[in-house]
Design a protein around this ligand. Structure first.
Ligand code: CO
Length: 142
């Protein structure tokens, strides 16, 4: 027993160079609708969220050169950046992952966009994919 459950795919994040162009493409070609836009200054990113059933596609672009997403675009180009899984308790899930010995980026949960609480796991132990645990509640509310 893991002690926590991945409840849903919260979002799939895609790194793009031009957020307006990417959002316009999703709207024009796939009939998608951007429902939320937000700059997350501590992470140096701006996001455009497209709702797909109970999940999101998160188009992500850097707001400054030293943003991790800017470095990602430089190294790997545009494309899949990370997968966010919804959990009911981010702190508990993160603790269980750390107890397993798998590498994490965030050793404690922190605020994400949309008022969520998030923590990133390191891709080196996750077969090359950056993983984010997402709780739909602000940090410290339970
Ligand atoms: Co994310």
């Amino acid at each position: 027993m893991m002690g926590f459950e991945l409840e849903e795919i919260d979002h799939v994040a895609i790194a793009v160079r031009d957020l307006d162009a990417a959002a316009a493409w999703y709207e024009a070609v796939l009939g998608a609708r951007v429902t939320h836009r937000e700059r997350i200054e501590p992470d140096g990113v701006e996001e455009a969220l497209i709702k797909v059933a109970g999940s999101y596609v998160q188009l992500l672009t850097p707001t400054r050169d030293d943003s991790p997403v800017a470095k990602f675009l430089e190294r790997r180009g545009e494309g899949l950046h990370h997968v966010g899984y919804r959990v009911s308790d981010c702190a508990a899930a993160l603790e269980a992952v750390m107890a397993s010995g798998s590498a994490v980026i965030d050793e404690r949960p922190r605020p994400g966009s949309r008022g969520t609480t998030v923590a990133f796991l390191h891709p080196k132990d996750a077969f090359g994919t950056l993983i984010e645990l997402v709780e739909e509640q602000p940090a410290g509310r339970h």
